[in-house]
Structure formats: structure tokens, C-alpha cells
Design a protein around this ligand. Sequence first.
Ligand SMILES: Nc1ncnc2c1ncn2[C@@H]1O[C@H](COP(=O)(O)OP(=O)(O)OP(=O)(O)O)[C@@H](O)[C@H]1O
Length: 399
Amino acid sequence: MSTGTATAAQASAEQIPPDGDGARGAVLLSGITKYYGEQLAVDDLSLKIQPGEFISLLGPSGCGKTTTLRMIAGFEHPDAGDIRISGRSVLAAPPYKRDVNTVFQAYALFPHLSVAENVAYGLQQRRTPKAEVRERVTQALDMVQMRRFGDRKPTQLSGGQQQRIALARALVNRPAVLLLDEPLGALDRQLREEMQLELKLLQSRLGITFVFVTHDQGEALSMSDRIAIMRAGRIEQLADADTVYARPASAYVAAFVGQQNFFRGPAAEAGAAITSPYALVRAASPVLTSTNLGEAAVRPEFIRIEKAAPAGSAAEAIPEANATRGELIGVSHLGDTMQYLVRLGPEQSLIVRRPTPDAPALSVGDPVLCTWAAHHVLLFPAADDDAAKQGGYIAPPTA
Ligand SMILES: Nc1ncnc2c1ncn2[C@@H]1O[C@H](COP(=O)(O)OP(=O)(O)OP(=O)(O)O)[C@@H](O)[C@H]1O
């Protein structure tokens, strides 16, 4: 076979991969690895993103989210592995040739240019004809409902409006993939929630692939088709929001998504329970081997709480499993829910949440009984490092 034939065959294979992952907007990461000096930032990570999918990379600070995004964008080069966008390997392509665009947390708008000029800037650099620039800028501003602000300067806009302009500027090139690095991080809570809804609507309308980096689980849960939960440069679980919430793959994921109460102890009952110093915690089915040290997780919203009978009284006996007594040490009103902090002992507290209309009237100092159903208990082999539990881990009370 001549070299020319081989090259042509390779080229056509590049354009139409056999498994059909070459559609515009598909992103394929195959075993990508990135070191900064000795520091391993991304570790043999593989991920297949469908065209038009909204996918979030979620995880604590330093787990490699931004580095992954920057490698897709072309701002960083992987030490190993391949990145394919719309079916083509882009490793040799500079950022501006990748059919992707990035929106950062810092809007980085030019202060001396008007909104319309900011959005037009990239097109003008590419010497796009004036009439086309005008039309595409108007379309991009319409997408983010900012057409009437075209003549203003960025400093005359609110933070949310500036972020919309940054979005319009990224969309004006009509990229196949939009990369978003904590784009709502600088906004206050209410505006963030509004922008989350808007972003999701915009993404569904445009059908562009969104790869969204965040350490905010609520943001990831509310917008994404799928969430990749990252840990130390790898993906720990890749699934939709319902799955990562209800069926986390590990104690790490359980702790990071939503809030959890953890009990720790040796496995019991043929792996269907653990014996912690504070309760026998029983799940609906066995998952642990009998020699495991296990962790049991129960969400605050699945725990019932009531005033306990006084110690020493006939009614003091508590159920054999999934029940514990403690002292109420805090009550907070969270609007639609009431949150209770219960001290079980020097090393363990529980957080309990009840819907406000059904919340029992309890006072700090009350002895309380907390109970929960076995089907709400998740059991995991004990994680070797508790430091992994960020977000939901209920730390022992210090006092
Ligand atoms: N330019 C760099 N030089 C050296 N080390 C870096 C550099 N950028 C990132 N790192 C390291 O690589 C690891 C992954 O960083 P990365 O920024 O990808 O994490 P992240 O999950 O996005 O964190 P954050 O949410 O804080 O932005 C971290 O340990 C970080 O300290």
C-alpha cells in the first residue's frame, strides 16, 4: 500500500469513526493524563460526551476539573491520551481551530468597548464581513436577551448581565462545544439560580454540547444530563443526577452529593449492617463482606426525630436497629425545612431535616429519638481516608 493511500484512509477514518462518535459536538477523551511537574492533575481519564449533552465535571478543589476543561479547549496539552472533538483528534490543533469556546468565571470583557463591540470582537479579528458581523452579533445578543443593551459599556451592567455578554461572545462563533469554567461563581445566590435555569434553557434550545465545571453540587444536579464526579484526577462516578443522588457509587460520592450522616463500624448480619458505637445500622440488603469495616450513610431528610422518653422510664427502650438516642443541641429554620443537630456522643452528631409543616416542636437540650428505614441506608466499604468526605461529612462536634 502506498503512503498516499494510507494517509487518505486515515483521513477518512478520522472523519467518520466506525462507532459513529464523529457527529458534530461529540467529545471523546481517551486516557488523558496531565502532570504539572511532579503533580499528577489528571490521571488516565476517559469520557465520552454525546453531541448536545449538558455534562458537568463536579468535584472538590484540586481534583482536576479545570485542567480537563483546559485540555479540551487546547490551553493545556495532555502528556498522554487523545482528545477527539466531532470525531477528529485535536491534539495538534491550537485552541482557535477546535470548534469550541470557553466561558470563564471572570467575564474578561473589554471595558472600553460597547457590549456589541465586545461580542463582535472575535468575528472582526477573523475579518468576517461587516454585514455578517452585525447579523451574528444581534443573534447572539438575542440568545441571551441582551439586544437592547448593545450600546452600553460593560461597567454599566450588573454581574449577571456581564456574564450573559460573555456567553453571547462565546456563542457568536457558533461553536460545537461550549466549555464553561465556574461561569456563575461570581454571582450572588439568587442570580446564580436564575442563570442556572437560563443556561439550561439556552443549551436545550441551541443543542450545543456544554461541558460545565463546578464544585457546586446543586448547580450540577439542577442542570446536567450527566455528572462526572471527579476525585484525584479520575472520574469516580458518571451518571445522571437521580443516580448519583440515590445510588452513589462510593462513600466519597455519597458525601459529595447532597448531605449525609455517616456511621462507621465493623460489618454485621452477613454484610447487611454495621455496628457503630451509636447504632446498629441495617440496610435493606447485604453489600459488605463479613470482614469489612463499613460505613453507613443516611441522609438528613430520611431521619425521623421525636422527643425521647426520659432515661430510666419504661418507654425508654428503642428499636434494635436504625435508631439512636441523643441530645438536641441545635435547631435552625431553613424556610421550607427545619434542621436539627443531635449529639449522639463525643465523636458523633446527626443532622436531621424535616419539612417545616410536619416538624416536631423540640427545644435545645431535649432528649431525642432518631429513627430511619433500612431502605434509606447506603452501605460502603469504609473509605481509607475520611478527608475524602468533603461537603456532606458530618464532622464530630468539637464541644
Ligand atoms: N499551572 C499549574 N501548575 C502547577 N500545578 C497546577 C497548575 N494548575 C493546576 N495545578 C494542580 O493540578 C491539580 C488539579 O488542578 P485543577 O485546577 O485542574 O483542579 P480543579 O478541580 O479545577 O480545582 P478548582 O476547583 O480549585 O479550580 C491541583 O493539584 C493543582 O494544584
